[in-house]
Every structure is written in structure tokens, then in C-alpha cells.
Design a protein around this ligand. Structure first.
Ligand SMILES: *Cc1c(COP(=O)(O)O)cnc(C)c1O
Length: 420
């Protein structure tokens, strides 16, 4: 990676680990930014990869942040993201979360229910804060095709149905400490066909215009989600970014002509970070069972649950390479499993690989999104892996591996004998 042998990183920091390539992060961000119509801001959804250095690097490229917890908000702020480029969303914000939003003066709180809007109004009043900018998250009446996990057109715990928003106009107008600035909608994740995203964008912009009119509020921000996919599996191809940019031009330009003051936002997690990341794990043992060859590696689904197959019942394989035999032809099929005591800890099933010997490093690619934080890292007390960012040809440790003490320190040994 950037001329750094992954074996050197393994030597220095041990295995398993995630390694991110800053050049790929930059190329992915700018590749998208350049084709999008001007005036579309990209926010990074920290959920996909909350590493503070990854966030900081993307921030320097020009990304804002979409956060969904108080700690993600702190991460984005410490990573140097301007509060005016941060939005906070999520269906279960606590009063403390809302207070943190008010105190930091972020671009907008994306409210997902009327009770939440009322609570935010109270929190803002108590803090003596001026009207706090709010986007209403809408659960659209329409649904979308092409997503691995689609939203809209069905009952959801996220956002408010369009008719709920419409019926709330008077009440929202009467709240003095919040100000509805616009709308948010998110249609799903893993879109691989650009036309589906274009269609969603046009429909969400139109919906926002209608709702703003019905509520009599000015449109200052519309966030039309994103959910761009990456091609993980053999039968998939990546989303056509140039086609996406072309398709968005007319709907976005028309909208911006009618609402020149309005900020248009797209929020993305997976697309921005997946390609840049590789999960590196070391083969411990190679053995046969009833005709199948197993590689038991020192890390597996405890760090990389996504590799088990996202949104699909058929287990499909992430791209995997034997980093110790680059370019060598496959010599057989290998099922790679991790250290957990469950048959589900299978990272790839019957993948064709060059010979795998104990000690070899295996790299699972496109793994920069929904990795360790979306995995059962505490299962069997293995803990969180190290994370390394390769930047300007240097490996930088951006997350320490959990030590046994890190894992045991929060536990308390009960004074069983002294307890009467
Ligand atoms: C998860 C999520 C995202 C990020 O989705 P990706 O598919 O990773 O881009 C963005 N917005 C909302 C509301 C989400 O729930």
C-alpha cells in the first residue's frame, strides 16, 4: 500500500488489523465531488467508519459529518469538522444528545419524531439558545428500488410520515426555540445503479418543495441521503459515478434555481471508505475436514461481520488475497474462518486462492466500511483490532489494539466472601 509492504505493518503492529489507504480515500472523495453538480455538499456518515483520523482526513478533503451519537459528534469536532458542516440524526436521541447539539451549534438537528422536536425546543429554551435549526426526517410515501435495504413506503421507526409532517405545521410554527430549515430523507443503502439514486434525489427534492409550501417554511437545507454502494461480490459492478453526476445535473440545477439559498446535502458512509480499507489477518492453521480445506485465521467475523454477506441470505465472498503470494495462481479453494467458537465465524467460503500456509497474511479488501464497530468485537474477549492509516507512504497507527487490561479494566470482581 503506497509502497509500504503490508508484512512490515504486520511485523510492527501485529495482526489482525485494518489498514486504510489515504490516497484511495482522497481519490474516492474527489472522484465523486468532481462529478456531482456544484453546490452539493458531501457529508461523511461516521457510522461507516468512526475512526477519528479517517474522519479528519475526509474533513480535509472537504467532507462534513453526519453523526448519530454524542461520541460521534465529539469525534467529528475533535477531527476538526466545522460545526456548521455537522448534522446529528438518529431515532433515539437522548436529552443529553440534544443538549450537546444545542451547545455545539451544529448545522442542523435531524429530528425523527414530533416528541423529539418538542423536547429539542425545551432543551434549547432551557439553554437560552436562539432558534435551533432543524431538518425534519421524512419517511417518504414512496419506496425505492435498487437498495440492499430500502426505506420509504413502509412503516419505519425512522423519521415521520409525510402526512404527519403536514398535519404538524401549526404546532411546529408555534415552537419558539427551534426553526424548521428543511427536510431529510434516506432511501436505503448499497445502491449500485446510479439511475435509482438519481430518481430518489429528484423525488426527495420535489417532496421537500411540497412540504415546505404546505408548512409555509423557507427551504434552507435539503439532505437527500445517499447510500451509494460498492461492488463487493463477483457478480456486482460499482456504481457509475459519471452517470450519477450527469443524471443529477438537471434535477439539482432546477431545484437550485428555484431555491438559490438552499443548501443541498448528500450523506455517505460506505462509498467514501469501503474501498480504502483492507482487513489483514494471519493464517494460524490449515486443515482438512471432509474434503474442504479450512484456514483458521487469527481474526474473523469478530472484526469483520460485514464479510459474512450484507443484506443477502446467500453467503458471498468479499475479495480476498493471499498477501504472501501476490500474483500466484490459485491452487485450490479455501474456507477462511476466524477464532470464534461458532460455525458462523466464516469470513470467506471456498475462495480460490494461491496456496495458503500457516503464517501467511490474508487481506480482505473493500473493508473500510462497517468493519470493527459493526462487529461483535467483544465476543470471546478478543477486543478491537489495531487500525493503521497509510499516508504519504508511511503507516500511522490510528487505533491501538485492545490490550487484555483494556478489556478487563471495566469489570469488577465482586467481594463475594465479604458480602453478608
Ligand atoms: C447508515 C446511514 C447512512 C450511511 O449509509 P451508507 O450506505 O453507508 O452510505 C446515511 N444516512 C442514514 C440516515 C443512515 O442510517
Amino acid at each position: 500500500m503506497q509502497g509500504v509492504p503490508v508484512g512490515d505493518i504486520a511485523e510492527k503492529y501485529g495482526t489482525p488489523f485494518f489498514v486504510y489507504d489515504s490516497q484511495v480515500l482522497a481519490d474516492t472523495f474527489h472522484g465523486l465531488d468532481e462529478v456531482l453538480p456544484s453546490g452539493v455538499d458531501i457529508l461523511f456518515s461516521l457510522k461507516a467508519n468512526p475512526n477519528i483520523s479517517v474522519c479528519s482526513f475526509l474533513g480535509r478533503q472537504g467532507a462534513g459529518a453526519e453523526v448519530s451519537s454524542a461520541v460521534e459528534l465529539m469525534t467529528a469536532l475533535r477531527a476538526g469538522i466545522d460545526p456548521d458542516d455537522i448534522i446529528f440524526l438518529g431515532p433515539g436521541k437522548t436529552e443529553a444528545d440534544l443538549s450537546a447539539c444545542v451547545a455545539t451549534g451544529i448545522h442542523a438537528v435531524v429530528c425523527e419524531s414530533l416528541p423529539e422536536v418538542r423536547l429539542l425546543d425545551e432543551v434549547a429554551a432551557a439553554a437560552g439558545a436562539g432558534p435551533v435549526p432543524v431538518l425534519l426526517r421524512v419517511n417518504p410515501g414512496f419506496t425505492s428500488k435498487g437498495s440492499g435495504l430500502s426505506m420509504g413506503g413502509k412503516p419505519r421507526q425512522f423519521g415521520m410520515d409525510e402526512d404527519v409532517v403536514r398535519a404538524a405545521g401549526d404546532e411546529l410554527g408555534a415552537l419558539r426555540h427551534i426553526e424548521v430549515k428543511g427536510f431529510h430523507a434516506y432511501m436505503g443503502t448499497r445502491f449500485l445503479n446510479h439511475q435509482d439514486v438519481v430518481d430518489n434525489t429528484a423525488r426527495i427534492l420535489a417532496m421537500a418543495e411540497h412540504l415546505a409550501k404546505d408548512l409555509g417554511v423557507p427551504l434552507r437545507t435539503v439532505d437527500f441521503g445517499g447510500g451509494l454502494g460498492v461492488a463487493y461480490f463477483e457478480n456486482e459492478s460499482g456504481i457509475d459515478i459519471a452517470g450519477l453526476g450527469d443524471g443529477m445535473r438537471d434535477p439539482v440545477a432546477g431545484f437550485r434555481d428555484r431555491h438559490p439559498e438552499c443548501r443541498v446535502i448528500m450523506e455517505l458512509g460506505r462509498f467514501l471508505t469501503a474501498d480504502a480499507g483492507t482487513y489483514v489477518t494471519r493464517a494460524l492453521y490449515v486443515k482438512e475436514s471432509m474434503g474442504e480445506t479450512f484456514v483458521i485465521a487469527d481474526g474473523g467475523t469478530n472484526h469483520h461481520m460485514a464479510a459474512v454477506g450484507i443484506g443477502s441470505f446467500v453467503k458471498r465472498n468479499f475479495p480476498i488475497r493471499n498477501l504472501d503470494r501476490p500474483g500466484a495462481p490459485p491452487d485450490g479453494t479455501y474456507t477462511v474462518t476466524g477464532p470464534l467458537c461458532t460455525p458462523n465465524d466464516t469470513v470467506v467460503k471456498k475462495a480460490k486462492l494461491p496456496e495458503v500456509r500457516p503464517g501467511d497474511l490474508l487481506g480482505i479488501e473493500r473493508s473500510g466500511a462497517y468493519g470493527p464497530t459493526a462487529s461483535p468485537g467483544l465476543f470471546l474477549s478478543h477486543g478491537y483490532p489495531a487500525e493503521i492509516l497509510v499516508h504519504r507512504g508511511r503507516p500511522l497507527l490510528v487505533r491501538e489494539r485492545d490490550t487484555p487490561e483494556d478489556l478487563l479494566a471495566p469489570q469488577r470482581l465482586a467481594p463475594l466472601d465479604e458480602t453478608p
